[in-house]
Design a protein around this ligand. Structure first.
Ligand SMILES: *[C@@H]1O[C@H](CO)[C@@H](O)[C@H](O)[C@H]1NC(C)=O
Ligand SMILES: *[C@@H]1O[C@H](CO)[C@@H](O)[C@H](O)[C@H]1NC(C)=O
Ligand SMILES: *[C@@H]1O[C@H](CO)[C@@H](O)[C@H](O)[C@H]1NC(C)=O
Ligand SMILES: *[C@@H]1O[C@H](CO)[C@@H](O)[C@H](O)[C@H]1NC(C)=O
Ligand SMILES: *[C@@H]1O[C@H](CO)[C@@H](O)[C@H](O)[C@H]1NC(C)=O
Ligand SMILES: *[C@@H]1O[C@H](CO)[C@@H](O)[C@H](O)[C@H]1NC(C)=O
Ligand SMILES: *[C@@H]1O[C@H](CO)[C@@H](O)[C@H](O)[C@H]1NC(C)=O
Length: 462
């Protein structure tokens, strides 16, 4: 209605007709309407402020008078300026501050000061056959814009959850009528069992801190003319360990039992949620004793190195700031699934083919062995025994000389030679079992057996 009510001040041809409509619609018709877009205007100190006013009337007018008054609580209204037709008469005290361009009734205040805060009253008088009068009041506030807030956190080094409290303080250098609001991850915070605010809301207390309080905090400061948000601050909260668990790169996990195949190496990974990161230690439990075997989040277990087939382990996670720790127990079972696999592989071939293959292999091996024995003097064996480094020899004996023992399962290398008297082999023979044999039968035949069999079988052999 504000726009509709405004009419060319000195025209009145359609005015009477419009007045009839106002009479019908509103029930009142003074013939003069004065409107303002807003009854409250917020100004910034030091800047110009424009107070827009519209007016319209529906009568023949000779004089149009506009008067501006200023009113503050508990004080007398002050005359600012007035006009008749196009001539303005200001109060000389304020003449440089207030401007009006009649017949436009809007007022410009420049520059705006805190003392200009109050009510501005505009009165329009139309002199025609009688005098029509209407007025409006505009509330003006004057503020300094806010400057960017800064959040201070105490203690700045961080707080341990459930033990310590944290206080966030919002600091603002400039601005009037400040209203503070705390945001966490962009959403407003309200008073709760752990959150409380100071009277002005410029301080947020978290008592006590918990892991759930980790987030992006900011302080939003508003006033009628501006609002600014602080940079995001992330409080340091020490917590954990929580959710300790052990995972492996391979192997079968059922509950806390890991099953791995013989010959496989498995990598265990211990993880728990905590800040600062946990320190991890691994413990192996055998019989009634425990050994700390490693520090760090990862543990590799090579099945060859495991003396027992079932081994119990513990992973310990310790947070050295919260002082809390957690541990999880698990069992590693080493299975001979490899042997079963081999058996299955055998089955998958036709039995006749397997037997034929094995037979042919044995015959060829024996033939080769005989031929080799016949044409190779014992010198070769001597050379072999002396030349082979002890470590390599032991390795061959223990681990079958290959990484995958399955490939060599059941294959033997059997070497015999009739006279050992000339063979100085005792000096570097590393095999206790062989020592026994050779010691008893020094003048008889010496056998050298190299067994290419899995460790399990070997245990029985020894
Ligand atoms: C105002 O303007 C009207 C119409 O133009 C004129 O009749 C009247 O005399 C003027 N009044 C003054 C005070 O100048
Ligand atoms: C009054 O003057 C201002 C500029 O000073 C202008 O923006 C506004 O539209 C004018 N109002 C009317 C009713 O002409
Ligand atoms: C944390 O605040 C609570 C309640 O105000 C108080 O009882 C407690 O002592 C404070 N804890 C610390 C470590 O200051
Ligand atoms: C917190 O802010 C960082 C970037 O400043 C962002 O990566 C992260 O996702 C935010 N966290 C939340 C919970 O909004
Ligand atoms: C403080 O914030 C709460 C909401 O979080 C609000 O209800 C209250 O009015 C605010 N107080 C002040 C003084 O701003
Ligand atoms: C383990 O300790 C218990 C009692 O502490 C004892 O009875 C048992 O014999 C011990 N076992 C071994 C293998 O040492
Ligand atoms: C806590 O452990 C970390 C390693 O995770 C280490 O860097 C830090 O110095 C330790 N702090 C204390 C107080 O022991």
């Amino acid at each position: 209605m504000g726009q509709d009510a405004f009419m060319e001040p000195f025209s009145s041809t359609v005015g009477v007709f419009q007045c009839k409509i106002y009479l019908l619609l509103l029930g009142t018709c003074s013939g003069l309407t004065v409107t303002v877009p807003s009854h409250t205007v917020h100004g910034i100190r030091g800047q110009a402020l424009y107070l827009p006013v519209h007016y319209g009337f529906h009568t023949l007018a000779s004089d149009i008078q506009i008067i501006w008054l200023f009113e503050r609580p508990h004080s007398m209204p002050k005359y600012l300026l007035g006009s008749v037709n196009k001539s303005v008469v200001p109060d000389l005290e304020y003449q440089h501050k207030f401007t009006m361009m009649p017949p436009n009734a809007s007022l410009l205040i420049n520059p705006l000061q805190f003392t200009d805060e109050g009510s501005y009253i505009v009165k329009v008088n139309i002199q025609g056959k009688g005098t029509l009068s209407a007025s409006q009041k505009i509330q003006v506030t004057v503020d300094d814009p806010v400057t960017k807030p800064v959040v201070q956190i105490h203690p700045s080094s961080g707080a341990v959850e459930y033990v310590e409290n944290m206080t966030l303080t919002c600091l603002v250098e400039g601005g009037t009528r400040l209203v503070y609001q705390w945001l966490k991850n962009g959403r407003p915070l309200y008073t709760s069992s752990t959150y409380s605010f100071s009277l002005q809301n410029n301080t947020l207390h978290i008592t006590p801190v918990t892991k759930g309080d980790i987030g992006n905090y900011s302080c939003l400061v508003k006033n009628p003319v501006s609002e600014l948000e602080s940079d995001i601050i992330m409080p340091t909260i020490y917590y954990g360990p929580y959710g300790l668990r052990v995972d492996s790169d391979k192997g079968l996990k059922v509950g806390e039992v890991f099953t791995i195949d013989l010959g496989e190496a498995i990598l265990f990974d211990c993880s728990a949620d905590s800040y600062p990161p946990n320190t991890y230690s691994w413990i192996r439990r055998a019989d009634n004793t425990t050994y700390i075997i490693k520090h760090g989040p990862r543990l590799e277990v090579a099945s060859e190195k495991v003396t027992q087939k079932t081994t119990n382990y513990v992973c310990c996670a310790y947070n050295n700031v919260t002082g809390r720790q957690d541990e999880t127990h698990f069992t590693v079972i080493i299975t001979s699934v490899g042997l079963e696999k081999l058996a299955q592989k055998g089955k998958s071939l036709s039995p006749l083919a397997s037997i034929t293959g094995i037979s042919v292999f044995l015959i060829v091996s024996m033939s080769l062995l005989l031929l080799w024995k016949k044409y190779q003097p014992y010198k070769v064996i001597k050379q072999k025994l002396e030349g082979r480094p002890e470590t390599e020899y032991r390795k061959a004996h223990t681990f079958s000389g290959h990484e995958d023992a399955l490939d060599d399962f059941g294959i033997y290398e059997f070497v015999a030679f009739p006279d050992a008297s000339g063979v100085p082999r005792m000096s570097n023979s590393p095999i206790p079992a062989s020592d026994g044999i050779s010691g008893h039968n020094l003048h008889s035949t010496i056998y050298e057996v190299i067994q290419h069999i899995p460790a399990e079988q070997q245990d029985h052999a020894e």
